[in-house]
Design a protein around this ligand. Structure first.
Ligand code: GL7
Length: 812
């Protein structure tokens, strides 16, 4: 099938010359400039458009194939997408990397120089946002008809800088100079209401008329999501808020009231202004809920529009549609679909509820009770009055169901209610998400088990079959092939071809090479070269990395206590046979999370003290890499020897950095938490450094009263480490960190300290035997094939989505 032929367009060429012609044409006709006067930005934009064009035909054929087959669709709703840099990815996925490198020479610039201008869209915050990006990539790779829906924030996650060792936040104006990867689709604009009131409709007990007090437009644009090694190109559709035409007040403008004239438009546009507006104020909380509703309302109307292109009967909706909720952020989509069906399309309540429940599925990504979203009822009442009525009705019918199963169990009813009545009345979004969906899943085996046993156990009692596990995964294309070209080449050579990129279980074939001395030598050389590139420190030192968001449960402070202990040990014995280490931290702390920011500050103070100490500096270096994002992760991960996954067991839902690092041959030191458990089960106990309490022991210790001081009193090295912080050894920084550890230590850092240090001893013993270390490293890669997001998507497709792939025909 060649859709161009029908309209007389030529097929785009595949040689470097043809690519160069198109590049020059983009520069001339689309940037309006010439080779002589092209700026670096012109070169970048022209290249981006030329690469993009190479995907356009696949996109057109995908859309045609999907339309023709009228398939069951997956719609992925997510407040976050950390897509990563687009140019390099699209070069790989369009198979134009080599011709492009050749072609750009005409512009007098190298491909690498141009790639440096490619700014990643930072439309997410952490693992959850990156997971969304990996899943849409794998859906396309698996030929699953899918659209990812999100918000096109003007400002993504803040840009982190260090000032005097402390985190400072700068706005991330990622699209300030435009974004060549984005296709606007103004015709698919939607209208969204907020505030106002509802009115009864005569003769109908369940239908209502909602008269919103504010109207905002949602304008979509999309980015291409090509599959790897397949023809499919799906999209991520992002909504941007705009004021309606009426939102500009010409008469006020004419009267010189310029700010007032645009205030309504500004208010509307603020909805998609920033990712995660500060929610420490009432206004901030309202804005977040507004964002969530904006995303859901626009997306659902778009989903319905798409459904109606090929279908008429609402009875078919749930068969043709599955909507996956990425955490609770898009849960408001459940009452919104009810509202659309009941109020706007006049479907009766029971039928609408049956459609809704069969349409949605919910992925929970946390175990921290404070991360389960709730919204004050009064906020709902004001912002989304009709939705609150619908939630009340859903809740009433649901609690009847509970009562029928567990007659007289009022305590259970109170616990399970969608409305929390303790203190201020609040809407519990996780409860709504469980009640309104067909499937609920956690993101690693332990996480799913703990969800059933703890946070959601009443729901698991009621609907055991609803609860599933789908262990997370990561894209081997981005996190091995693109991030680590040297290792990818070596793997392909070892395995005979590069088909592992689409079938990651094939990495198991490396096992037979783990004992091959010359392969091992080259494996080591790759790691060393990657360390040289990263330039964080001595490439022969053990590169020990802890890269993730800053959170007390992840326990960067535990790593820091280890570093401080090393510092004291080396000072006490300067001529000891120390293993040189570079300890690299990277990650952002939420702007209002003071405890996490104190830890960042202390890391930098300790790093500076060590760097200034001639006795310690030859053996130990602490590096804090600023502004952790996908691009930086792609540089650090290939250079890592040791992967720190040291959260308190039972707190990290899954982790995905752990998978990326293991795939790149880093060996994990970790607790029995999240996906660490599954990594260890696959790579083998002997190829993993385990320490610490397990989730049940940790919970037990907390229940029976945990006293961090007992650990402090008993352990001289721990005491020394904490005392030195308190005594001001590190530029006087870190009192509040020591205080919280000694005072309450919510995440049992002190309880796990000794076991962690013992495990680090084992790390060093192993490191002294390079053959053994390399063997372990190869086996980590060899046995991590399970952690491909392609496998994750196959699991969702088979067990939750029940969707079949649609093959997009190749060009004739
Ligand atoms: C997270 C979990 O904390 C993390 O363990 C998990 O790997 C990720 C993807 O499932 O989701 N939940 C969350 O809110 N963020 C995460 O990274 C930000």
């Amino acid at each position: 099938m060649d859709l161009r032929q029908g309209i007389g367009l030529r097929r785009l060429g595949t040689t470097a010359d043809e690519f160069q012609q198109d590049l020059l044409s983009s520069l001339y006709y689309r940037r309006g400039t010439t080779v002589e006067s092209a700026s670096p930005r012109d070169a970048y934009e022209a290249l981006a458009m030329t690469v993009r064009d190479r995907l356009a035909d696949r996109r057109a054929r995908t859309a045609a194939a999907h339309f023709a087959s009228n398939p069951r669709w997956v719609y992925y709703l997510s407040a976050e997408y950390l897509l990563g840099a687009q140019l390099e990815q699209n070069l790989l996925y369009s198979g134009t990397g080599e011709v492009a490198a050749e072609a750009v020479k005409v512009l007098g610039r190298s491909l690498e120089e141009i790639e440096d201008l490619d700014v990643e869209p930072g439309l997410g915050n952490g693992g959850l946002g990156r997971l969304a990006a990996c899943l849409v990539d794998s859906m396309a790779t698996r030929d699953i008809p899918a659209v990812g829906y999100g918000i096109r924030y003007d400002f993504g996650i803040f840009r982190q800088t260090l000032e005097g060792g402390a985190q400072a936040e700068r706005p991330d104006d990622w699209a300030f100079q435009g974004n060549p990867w984005e296709f606007p689709a103004p015709d698919d604009r939607q209208t969204v209401g907020f505030y106002g009131h509802t009115e009864p409709i005569a003769g109908s007990p369940t239908r209502k008329r909602w008269l919103p007090g504010e109207i905002v437009l949602g304008e979509p644009s999309h980015m291409l999501v090509p599959g790897y090694g397949t023809e499919t190109v799906n999209i991520v559709r992002l909504w941007r808020a705009r004021g309606s035409e009426a939102s500009f007040d010409l008469s006020r403008f004419s009267a010189g009231q310029y700010a007032e004239a645009v205030q309504e438009a500004v208010r509307a546009e603020n909805i998609s202004k920033v990712l995660y507006p500060d929610d420490s104020t009432e206004l901030g909380r309202e804005l977040r809920l507004k964002q969530q509703y904006f995303l859901c309302s626009c997306s659902l109307r778009d989903i319905i529009r798409r459904f109606r292109l090929r279908n008429e009967d609402w009875d078919d909706f749930a068969d043709k549609t599955v909507i996956q909720l990425n955490d609770t952020h898009p849960t408001i989509a459940i009452p919104e679909l009810m509202r659309l069906l009941v109020d706007e399309y006049e479907v009766d309540w029971d039928k609408a509820w049956s459609i809704t429940r069969r349409t949605f599925a919910y992925t929970c990504h946390t175990l921290l009770p404070e991360a389960l979203e709730t919204w004050p009822v009064h906020l709902f009442e004001r912002l989304l009055p009709r939705h609150l009525e619908i939630i009340y009705l859903i809740n009433m019918l649901f609690l009847r169901e509970v009562e029928a199963h567990f007659p007289g169990d009022t305590d259970r009813i109170r616990r399970m209610s969608i409305i929390g009545e303790e203190g201020e009345r609040r809407v519990r979004m996780a409860h709504l998400a469980v009640v309104g969906t067909e499937a609920v899943n956690g993101v690693a085996e332990l996480h799913s088990k703990l969800l059933r046993e703890t946070v959601l156990h009443d729901f698991a009692d009621l609907w055991p079959a609803k609860f599933q596990n789908v262990t997370n995964g990561v894209s081997p294309r981005r996190f091995v092939k693109l991030a680590n070209p040297r290792l990818s080449d070596l793997i392909s050579e070892g395995l005979g071809d590069d088909s592992w990129l689409n079938d990651l279980d094939k990495l198991a074939g490396l096992e037979r090479l783990a004992g091959d001395a010359s392969f091992a030598e080259r494996w080591r050389a790759v790691k060393r070269a990657n360390k040289v590139d990263l330039a964080a420190g001595d490439p022969d030192a053990l590169t020990d990395v802890m890269i993730k968001r800053f959170h007390e449960y992840k326990r960067q402070q535990l790593k820091l206590l280890h570093v401080i202990t090393m510092y004291h040990r080396i000072r006490a014995n300067p001529t000891g046979d120390w293993v040189p280490r570079v300890v690299l931290f990277a990650g952002k702390a939420a702007p209002a999370y003071h405890a996490a920011k104190s830890i960042i500050r202390l890391i930098n103070a300790v790093g500076a003290t060590i760097a200034a100490d001639p006795v310690v500096a030859p053996y130990l270096k602490v590096v804090f890499a600023e502004n952790y994002n996908v691009t930086l992760a792609e540089r650090i991960i290939p250079a890592a020897d040791l992967s720190e996954q040291i959260s308190l067991a039972g707190k990290e839902a899954s982790g995905t950095g752990n998978m990326k690092l293991a795939l790149n041959g880093a060996i994990t030191i970790g607790t029995l938490d999240g996906a660490n458990i599954e990594i260890r089960a696959r790579v083998g106990d002997e190829n993993f450094f385990l320490f610490g309490l397990d989730a049940y022991q940790a919970a037990d210790m907390q229940i029976h009263g945990y006293h961090p001081r007992e650990f402090y009193d008993r352990d001289a090295e721990l005491k020394l480490a904490l005392d030195s912080i308190t005594a001001g050894t590190f530029a006087g920084v870190g009192h509040e960190v020591a205080e919280s550890l000694l005072g309450w230590d919510e995440y049992l850092t002190l309880a796990d300290f000794r076991s962690y240090l013992d495990s680090q001893e084992e790390v060093e013993q192993t490191w002294r035997d390079p053959e053994r270390w390399t063997r372990m490293s190869i086996l980590n890669t060899a046995h991590s094939g399970f952690f491909s997001a392609d496998r994750t998507v196959a699991d969702y497709a088979a067990r939750i989505w029940r969707v079949a792939p649609v093959t997009v025909p190749r060009e004739d």
